[in-house]
Design a protein around this ligand. Structure first.
Ligand SMILES: Nc1nc2c(c(=O)[nH]1)N[C@H]1C(S)=C(S)[C@@H](COP(=O)(O)OP(=O)(O)OC[C@H]3O[C@@H](n4cnc5c(=O)[nH]c(N)nc54)[C@H](O)[C@@H]3O)O[C@H]1N2
Ligand SMILES: Nc1nc2c(c(=O)[nH]1)N[C@H]1C(S)=C(S)[C@@H](COP(=O)(O)OP(=O)(O)OC[C@H]3O[C@@H](n4cnc5c(=O)[nH]c(N)nc54)[C@H](O)[C@@H]3O)O[C@H]1N2
Ligand code: SF4
Ligand SMILES: [Mo]
Length: 682
């Protein structure tokens, strides 16, 4: 299985020669969703697998933090040192002075949230609130639907109208594309709502270039028209939703003319889209996480999720909405993660929760106790976390002990005291869910670990022994952990066992009888307390993001451009940042000709992009795909490849969203000028 943080979780085939070396990587044709092809980045994964810069041995830092000079040490020496330092810090400052930092470098459950969780629970370390990606949309969907599930990808083929709303399908979720193609072949229309016209927007029947962060306003405007023209499915709304009266009152304040001013989309187009959406069945929305990375992102998700409820689109195969499918995998996470062995803090409570979206704050300002040790795995916070200058200041602290488990010498690894080499998904066993389809999957290692690399599971198992933890869960094998995780009361998992996974590789959840589509909310069945969809109008009032063209006026006067640092098609967050080609793709800032002309900027010119938080250098790409007032940087570049060793995230604030305490990557105002003396910044 491909373990990258992607909705598709592709099933792979690896051809291995008699010496144990992989010769070819391809998609598995038998997989019903991913159907035998790979995205461009993973088609070339073997190059990463055998790259000369793969980390093969434990390392100890000998240079300054951030400089990247290390010496090779043995695993025994590395584990002894890590355990001794963690014990010392725990004894002197309390276990909460230790902070794990991880995200979805691998989505495999055991290596993502398995032995590591057990280890940190037993230690009593600070708990990490893993908000960096989907927390806002997840919180919003949970408030409205009670569960994070949506339309099956296979059903998109039956849709007559598909809206990709802040969803770069061709770039970030390419295995949905064939189903969209199939639907279009049968006459469906495909529209994209996105401030930037990326490949997906170019391939659409129509692209709506919305102002960043104004999706809530657009959704309220669409609802206004739908209610005004009585295009609702009254029966569905009456039976399965709550709060229509309040919603009606709210949207009366959002007539199309006003919404046009807020979103940049002409009022006639808003009217037409609302009518077409409400009168075309089945219609489905692929909402992706792009929308919720903004100050009003949570409310936007709730308002958009109201659309298929109002029109009754959920009744039909090929109708509804998909933000994620992850909530259907009702694994026994308590058995996997073992919060029950958590050492309660001296105060007799659970360890504190630290928000990963505010790592800079946590490392520089948090007290009671301050963070003294940081253990990073499956993530590269020096490059990907907001408010980068503060993050780097924290990582430079001489009194911070940093351990990094990695496959490559990332920017974060450069700040480590100890680096521990990690295996790739081709080298270890793991169990997978998906957030873009409904198959549970198992992968066994196809290759021997490179050098002395170890799976995260094994590294934390060994560390637990070194710390003197005697609970039997630290002796569990990977197979034990898989069995425990599958031992769940959830009916969707019934009959799915290690043995059935071993036999079939990918097994569909028990969502519907074989051959029948899964219609999650055809007859209501929302998992909220009321059992109904909650419109929640009281929290859906729209105010423009503070960092946007209609936001804080004095800020917008100094920094008039809205920056979107969305995903790069040929990479995966900062993974693949070592590739020269990826580095070029992520070293550009796309801007509109009018904005370039006003600043004497020519195509290809080196630019300084800045605001009060910092600055970085990128090359101008004058492009009609970007609307005036907006700039786009495909992300995330490795800092160390950039002038001044600063990346795009030094521009991003650590302000949080309206729900779920997520980051606001896409609510960011900047100014741009031709770089006069870039060398002085090095
Ligand atoms: N190739 C590739 N694939 C990836 C990743 C990658 O880095 N590269 N990353 C993976 C990860 S971690 C995730 S979370 C998913 C994310 O998948 P997506 O959500 O599809 O990716 P994003 O690029 O974050 O955002 C999608 C689109 O939202 C647009 N957008 C930005 N702001 C707004 C807004 O205010 N309103 C609207 N309507 N649109 C907006 C962006 O221009 C972008 O085209 O992709 C995963 N897949
Ligand atoms: N400006 C801007 N910033 C963003 C985003 C954006 O759109 N714009 N997107 C945000 C989002 S949605 C996300 S999800 C985050 C992603 O940020 P991260 O979660 O940090 O993801 P990556 O940058 O891909 O880094 C993952 C690291 O995990 C390592 N890794 C992979 N597998 C394993 C393993 O099995 N063991 C160990 N120990 N390491 C492994 C890889 O080598 C890689 O260096 O970035 C966020 N940051
Ligand atoms: S990154 Fe996504 S699309 Fe590419 S191979 Fe992995 S799971 Fe499939
Ligand atoms: Mo993400």
């Amino acid at each position: 299985m491909c373990a990258l943080d992607c909705p598709d979780t592709c099933s792979l085939l690896v051809q291995v020669d008699s010496t144990g070396k992989a010769q070819k990587l391809s998609g598995d044709k038998n997989h019903p969703v991913t159907r035998g092809f790979l995205c461009g980045k993973v088609a070339r994964y073997l190059e990463r697998q055998y790259h000369p810069e793969r980390l093969l041995h434990p390392l100890r830092r000998i240079g300054a933090k951030g400089e990247g000079r290390f010496e090779r040490i043995s695993w025994d020496a590395a584990l002894d040192e890590v355990a001794a330092r963690l014990k010392h810090i725990s004894d002197h400052d309390g276990p909460e002075a230790i902070l794990p930092y991880s995200y979805a470098g691998t989505m495999g459950l055991l290596n993502n949230a398995g032995m590591d969780r057990r280890f940190f629970h037993r230690l009593g370390a600070s708990r990490l609130n893993r908000t960096i990606c989907s927390a806002t949309g997840g919180a919003a969907l949970t408030l409205s639907q009670g569960i994070k599930i949506g339309t099956e990808p296979e059903q998109f083929a039956h849709s007559r109208l598909i809206l990709a709303w802040g969803a770069n399908v061709l770039g970030t979720n390419v295995h949905l594309w064939p189903f969209i193609v199939e639907a279009r072949r049968r006459g469906a229309r495909f529209y994209v709502i996105d401030p930037f016209q990326n490949r997906t927007g170019r391939a659409a029947d129509k692209h709506f270039p919305i102002h960043p962060g104004s999706d809530l306003a657009l959704a309220l405007g669409l609802i206004h028209v739908i209610l005004r023209e009585r295009l609702t499915d009254e029966d569905y709304v009456r039976k399965y939703s709550n709060g229509l009266t309040e919603l009606c009152r709210l949207v009366s304040e959002y007539p199309p003319q006003r919404v046009a001013q807020l979103t940049g989309i002409p009022s006639e187009e808003i009217e037409a889209l609302a009518r077409e959406y409400a009168t075309t069945q089945p219609a489905t929305i692929r909402l992706n996480y792009g929308v919720q990375r903004s100050e009003r992102g949570g409310a936007a998700v709730r308002a958009i999720a109201a659309l298929p409820v109002l029109t009754g689109a959920w009744r039909h195969a090929g109708g509804g909405l998909q933000l994620t499918t992850s909530g259907a995998f009702g694994f026994n996470t308590a058995a996997l993660e073992r919060p029950d062995i958590q050492l309660l803090s001296p105060l007799g409570r659970e360890a504190r929760l630290v928000n990963m979206a505010r790592l800079g704050y946590a490392l520089t300002a948090l007290t009671g106790p301050p963070v003294r040790a940081l253990v990073v795995y499956n993530s590269n916070p020096a490059a990907i976390a907001p408010h980068q200058n503060q993050v780097l200041a924290g990582l430079r602290r001489p009194d911070l002990f940093t351990v990094v488990l990695e496959q490559f010498q990332t920017d974060t690894a450069d700040y480590a005291d100890i680096v521990l080499p990690a295996t790739t998904f081709l080298e270890h066993t793991d169990l997978y869910l998906a957030y873009g389809h409904y198959y549970v999957q198992l992968a066994r290692p196809a290759l021997r670990p490179a050098g002395e690399a170890k799976p995260n599971v094994e590294t934390f198992r060994l560390l637990a022994k070194r710390m003197g933890f005697t609970e039997s869960c630290f002796d569990d094998t990977e197979d034990d952990m898989i069995r425990q995780t599958l031992a769940s009361e959830n009916p969707y998992l019934r009959g799915i066992t290690l043995e059935s996974l071993e036999r079939e590789g990918s097994v569909r959840l028990n969502l519907s009888p074989p051959g029948k589509p899964f219609l999650p909310f055809a007859d209501g069945g929302f998992r909220t307390k009321s059992g109904k969809f909650e419109f929640g109008a009281e929290s859906l009032q729209y105010t423009p993001p503070c960092e946007s063209r209609l936001g804080d006026r004095s800020l917008a006067a100094r920094y008039p451009l809205e920056l979107i640092s969305s995903k790069n098609d040929d990479s995966m967050n900062s993974t693949f940042g070592h590739r020269a080609e990826v580095d070029r793709q992520t070293a550009r800032l796309a801007l509109h000709e009018a904005d370039a002309r006003a600043r004497n900027i020519a195509d290809g010119m080196l630019l300084e992009v800045f605001n009060d938080r910092g600055s970085c250098f990128l090359h101008a790409e004058i492009s009609s795909a970007v609307q005036p007032g907006c700039v786009v940087a495909r992300s995330v570049r490795w800092n160390k490849r950039a002038i001044g060793r600063r990346g795009i995230n030094c521009l991003i604030s650590d302000r949080l969203t309206d729900m779920g305490e997520g980051p606001t990557f896409f609510s960011c105002l900047v100014q741009v000028r031709p770089a006069s003396a870039p060398c002085s910044a090095v």
